[in-house]
Design a protein around this ligand. Structure first.
Ligand code: F6P
Length: 342
């Protein structure tokens, strides 16, 4: 078969492992030919692609990012976008497409499938927020990076008797913040799922001082928001999928905690460091397993499906189910860790 592949949305450690698994298995196992579209859906709209074969995908397994490039292009937000996608696929005589992405890329993949395009999805995102899979690859790597950063900030917070705020990614889900915060022994963890009370944050920080620990680590998800009317926040520009550019809550907390407690407070924004670099072994294996399942799904004619992890098994779910619901941190899970704060 002739198959196209693309990576869309924010890049993520493990994307190259999927590409490699698909290409090697497709060529050696089935005699397939591959085309890789550049920069997500933009490649299909602009006829921009490279040929993928075993040689061109050698050595990419441990590399972060994506050899195909990525973008947040939405074919449904471009004039004649869907027609362009169809024309490109027909022009290259492709039998179908493997789309590797998060809720936005897979959302577009699902619509295209409903519009008659042969698509298989592979879930990726450091945010770990896709409902139809237990874990997404990239999350483990981002978590490791965030935890290491918290460990490093701990020693300097202690030396200087400071409150250090660490802003981590995760968009509208608090998985990175919660898990990195718990793994790094943070004193306060703020997640988007539960609006925070700035006075409660300050109370926990003050209590540590009173207990003879004059430093604290506050982990804030970029999507964390204060309870209505308690603190001013900033809003960012919106992308083609309607998502605001997040970031800035760390700096707001820095000012607010220092103002309210009188303790020196500094913010560190981890940002794209969490998305870059080599994937962990866990992410490489998960990405490889998903890639192998995706190419098998292509040959089984299971169009409109996405490879996903359930327990320890890789299964197929419909793209429609995959994008139906975001997986956010359940409140009970957050509250379970409450005794560790402060
Ligand atoms: O979805 C992954 C992610 O890194 C989010 O955690 C973050 O909000 C967003 O992408 C940032 O995207 P960009 O790099 O396009 O600003």
């Amino acid at each position: 078969m002739r198959i196209g592949m693309l990576t869309g949305g924010g890049d993520c450690p493990g994307l190259n492992a999927v590409i490699r698994a698909v290409v090697r298995s497709g060529i050696d196992g089935y005699g397939d030919q591959f085309v890789g579209f550049r920069d997500g859906w933009r490649g299909l709209l602009e006829d921009s692609y490279i040929d993928l074969d075993i040689e061109s995908t050698r050595g990419i397994l441990p590399r972060g990012g994506t050899i195909l490039g990525s973008s947040r292009t939405n074919p449904y937000k471009r004039e004649g976008g869907v027609e362009r996608v169809r024309e490109t696929l027909a022009g290259l005589e492709l039998d179908g497409l493997i789309a590797i992405g998060g809720e936005d890329t897979l959302g577009a993949a699902n619509k295209l499938y409903e519009d008659g395009v042969n698509v298989i999805g592979v879930p990726k995102t450091i945010d770990n927020d896709l409902g139809a899979t237990d874990v997404t690859f990239g999350f483990d790597t981002a978590l490791q990076i965030a935890t290491e950063a918290i460990d490093r900030l701990h020693t300097t917070a202690e030396s200087h008797h400071r409150i250090l705020v660490v802003e981590v990614m995760g968009r509208h889900a608090g998985w990175i913040a919660l898990h990195a915060g718990v793994a790094g022994g943070a004193d306060v963890i703020l997640i988007p799922e539960i609006p925070f009370d700035i006075e409660e944050v300050c109370r926990l920080v003050r209590r540590r001082h009173e207990r003879g620990r004059p430093f604290s680590i506050v982990v804030a998800a970029e999507g964390a928001t204060p309870k209505a009317g308690t603190m001013e926040v900033l809003t960012g520009a919106v992308d083609e999928f309607g998502h605001p550019r997040l970031g800035g809550i760390g700096t707001r907390l820095e000012h607010e905690i220092e103002k309210r407690t009188g303790y020196e407070t500094r913010a560190t924004v981890l940002g794209h460091v969490q998305r870059g670099g080599t994937p962990t072994a866990f992410d490489r294996v998960l990405a490889t397993r998903l890639g192998l399942a995706a190419i098998k799904a292509v040959h089984d004619g299971a169009w409109g499906m996405m490879a996903s992890l359930h327990g320890n098994e890789i299964t197929l779910v419909t793209l429609a189910d995959a994008v139906a619901e975001l997986r956010q941190v359940p409140i009970e899970e957050y509250e379970r860790y409450g005794v560790l704060f402060g």
